[in-house]
Design a binder for this molecule. Structure first.
Ligand SMILES: NC(=O)c1ccc[n+]([C@@H]2O[C@H](COP(=O)([O-])OP(=O)(O)OC[C@H]3O[C@@H](n4cnc5c(N)ncnc54)[C@H](OP(=O)(O)O)[C@@H]3O)[C@@H](O)[C@H]2O)c1
Length: 252
């Protein structure tokens, strides 16, 4: 099948991409900061599916980390790049620690942009390959307490779609994956219980479902994926502008 490089492969959605891509026969280049987890996952998947794996331990909030993954991609042999690394902070911006906000810009915007720039030329030359960028449903929403998260994910979604339009005729596709809530390490158990009390039960999707939807859509060359019927409704509602109009009321 080729080689897939996945960022944020040490847990959650990224680890699930590794599992499903290995089951499809992809060799893996697994990246994140926690190298021990990457190696354990790589060993497990190599044993189960007979694929090869390598790890690229890198902090994508820092120049050195971005450059390390960029250098791996510049070897020109990656067929599928999954820009998945990401995190939330959940604090009102005016008093949030600036370092964390800057790190979010680097991980959600600078790193995917640079990694795509490193990966795409070889894919275009081969007229084969793809990128999956894990954005979020937050890309379409205005969520107080998550200003930078929404904004950086909106960038990633819009950037993906525009680059997709540029490269599609050259045999390469770029997908923006925009999930709602997924059960991963992103939200801890306490947060999930608290949010469950407030929201409908369709809210929590298993990572396996989200990744399955993404890869099925990748097979069909779709450039925007919002998994789950309930979240598709939220997406369409967001496009009307109504949720944004209600924010001043909610904040009062
Ligand atoms: N869970 C949700 O409800 C949800 C919904 C919509 C979108 N998303 C998006 O899905 C993506 C994956 O998140 P998840 O839900 O799977 O959460 P997760 O289980 O916390 O996984 C996040 C991954 O990102 C990596 N990461 C975080 N900061 C990094 C950094 N500075 N450098 C390199 N890697 C970093 C982590 O690896 P290390 O800590 O080992 O570096 C980890 O592998 C994120 O982009 C997130 O925004 C999640």
């Amino acid at each position: 099948m080729g080689l897939a490089l996945i960022t944020g492969a040490s847990s959650g959605i990224g680890a699930e991409f590794a599992r499903q891509l290995a089951a499809r026969g992809y060799d893996l280049a697994l990246s994140a900061r926690r190298g021990d987890r990457l190696a354990a996952l790589g060993e497990e998947l190599a044993g189960r599916h007979g694929v090869k794996y390598e790890t690229v331990v890198a902090d994508l909030s820092a120049e050195q980390g971005i450059a390390a993954v960029e250098a791996r991609l510049q070897q020109g042999d990656v067929d599928l790049l999954v820009n998945n690394a990401g995190f939330g902070i959940g604090k009102k911006f005016a008093h949030a620690e600036l370092a964390g906000q800057q790190a979010m810009v680097n991980v959600h915007m600078v790193a995917p942009m640079r990694l795509m720039r490193a990966a795409l030329p070889a894919m275009i030359e081969r007229r084969r390959g793809g990128v999956i960028n894990v954005a979020s449903l937050a890309a379409f929403l205005t969520l107080p307490g998550n200003a930078n998260y929404c904004a950086t994910k909106a960038y990633l979604m819009r950037f993906s779609r525009a680059v997709d339009a540029e490269v599609r005729r050259k045999g390469v596709t770029v997908q923006a994956l925009c999930p709602g809530f997924v059960v991963t390490e992103f939200h801890n158990e306490q947060e999930r219980v608290r949010m469950d009390r407030r929201g409908p039960t369709f809210m929590w999707m298993p990572a396996a479902y989200v990744v399955g939807q993404s890869l099925a859509a990748h097979d069909r060359g779709k450039s925007l994926v919002v998994p789950g019927f309930g979240y598709k409704l939220v997406y369409w509602l967001a496009k009307t502008g109504l949720p944004d109009a209600l924010i001043p009321l909610v904040m009062r």
